[in-house]
Design a protein around this ligand. Structure first.
Ligand code: ADP
Ligand code: MG
Ligand code: MG
Ligand code: MG
Ligand code: MG
Length: 442
């Protein structure tokens, strides 16, 4: 689907759109909105609307605050839960400087830059995410709790699944907004859900992830529930991941598929895997950007801890789903839905492309349960671990020129500055666990 400015103006009239939200995300993946009336839509589509960038965290200093929003007409869609008459629509925007250049702090522009690199090598990148989330009850003051009255588990059916009504409405809203929903099911945790939608080119998928999170939260709220994409809200219970499936296409054909080679994976696919593994310690700060992200990356919950790949096993970082032909793809299992999807896809694709360009051969696949290997066995097999916390991940990012180049200096500096403060704040806290352990012991 490719919409022009004229298409958007016509559809807005047909659908009696009254308000349009111009959306973009900050460096941390938080969705920002500038609401305009439909009378300003044409001006907005011409990229003539300005906003104050200094009001957005991590964007710019006050003295360089004027920014322009350039909407992508393809992202025009109305909100199905709003009234049919006087409806509300949105457009996702790139952020530009007054000189007409893409702003270096714009995550969407950053992803586009990496996709340009792929395109120069002759590839389009397809991405399909599996974003998980929890639905929690709110208390009498409307504040989110971590309580679910839900006793259901993976694929369980009603009546135990209290979130099912909410999830069904989420699927309907997403479909109304043009998503092709492939699957939606209860996940392993109580109150935990997953909705999978069909892969698309990387930029469209990043836009969809942002939209997805916003739709899920909105519909949950309308059901009196709180949806959270926090990676590990409950100790001892599986966290929420965002497995990311990637493949490269050239001229409409999947170049990861080669029926005549080992594993039926092409050389390109193997090198892509090589790059993903080589740079994993460097990009984890971006795919798993919160203190809490690392509480999910522990053994025993199907979350990856070790840097390896497999065709069979679900414990390593990269799994190759059984499907071949057009569906041949790699699944990267560490990302979680607290990431900025534009930046996360930018670094994953950059890592894979670096493997392709430099012909990085991955180690042999590991078809054992890596959690069950002893540290000695892992050492012998040269299986490294992902960073254990945000601090280590930031150190690794600082040492990885390839991943830093994908982000650009502006985003790298602002991101790490803010994340170091986040880490220090956390590090200085005295947690309940420490009191339980030490208060009476010493
Ligand atoms: P899992 O087995 O891990 O649950 P799924 O089979 O549910 O994974 O697929 C997850 C995602 O993979 C979906 O979004 C799907 O559209 C996507 N996908 C399928 N084929 C491709 C491909 N060639 N490239 C990228 N993603 C793909
Ligand atoms: Mg799934
Ligand atoms: Mg699935
Ligand atoms: Mg899942
Ligand atoms: Mg998966």
């Amino acid at each position: 689907m490719s919409l022009t400015k004229e298409d958007v103006l016509r559809i807005a009239k047909e659908k009696d759109v009254r308000f349009v939200r111009l959306q973009f995300t900050d460096i941390f993946g938080v969705l920002k909105n500038v609401a305009i009336t439909v009378e300003q839509l044409e001006k907005a589509l011409d990229g003539e609307l300005m906003f104050d960038g200094s009001s957005i965290e991590g964007f710019v200093r006050i003295e360089e605050s004027d920014m322009y929003l350039k909407p992508d007409p393809n992202t025009f869609v109305t909100f199905p839960w709003r009234p049919q008459e006087g409806s509300v629509a949105r457009l996702i925007c790139d952020v530009y400087t007054p000189d007409g250049e893409p702003f270096e702090g714009c995550p969407r522009c950053t992803l586009k830059r990496v996709l340009q690199e792929a395109s120069e090598l002759g590839y389009t990148v397809n991405v399909g995410p599996e974003a998980e989330f929890f639905l929690f009850l709110v208390d009498e003051n409307g504040k989110p709790t971590t309580i679910t009255h839900d006793k259901a588990s993976y694929f369980d059916l009603t009546p135990v699944d209290l979130g099912e009504n909410a999830r069904r409405d989420m699927v309907i809203a997403l479909q109304d907004m043009g998503f092709e929903v492939e699957a939606s099911h209860h996940e392993v945790g109580p109150g935990q859900h997953e909705i999978d939608f069909k892969y698309d080119d990387a930029l469209a998928t990043a836009d969809k992830i942002v939209t997805f999170k916003f739709v899920v939260r909105t519909i949950a709220q309308r059901h009196g529930l709180h949806a959270t994409f926090m990676p590990k809200p409950l100790y001892g219970i599986a966290g929420s991941g965002m497995h990311t499936h990637l493949s490269l296409f050239a001229n409409g054909t999947n170049v990861f598929y080669d029926p005549n080679s080992k594993y039926q994976l092409s050389e390109t696919a193997m090198y892509f895997i090589g790059g993903l593994l080589k740079h994993a310690r460097g990009y984890t700060a971006i795919t798993n950007p919160t203190v809490n992200s690392y509480k999910r990356l522990v053994s025993g919950f199907e979350a990856p801890v070790y840097i390896a790949w497999s065709e069979k096993n679900r414990s390593p970082l990269v799994r190759i789903p059984a499907r071949r032909g057009t569906g041949t793809r790699v699944e990267v299992r560490n990302p979680d839905p607290s990431c900025n999807p534009y930046l996360a896809l930018a670094v994953l694709i950059k890592a894979g492309l670096d493997g392709v360009k430099n012909r990085i051969v991955p180690p042999p696949p590991i078809d054992k349960n890596i959690y069950a290997l002893t540290p000695e066995e892992r050492k012998e097999m040269q299986i490294a671990s992902l960073p254990v916390d945000l601090n280590e991940a930031l150190e690794e990012l600082s040492r990885n020129p390839v991943i830093r180049a994908a982000l650009g200096d502006h985003i790298y500096n602002r991101f790490t500055e803010a994340k170091r403060i986040e880490w220090d704040n956390y590090r200085m806290q005295v947690h309940q666990w420490e009191l339980d352990q030490y208060l009476t012991k010493f």
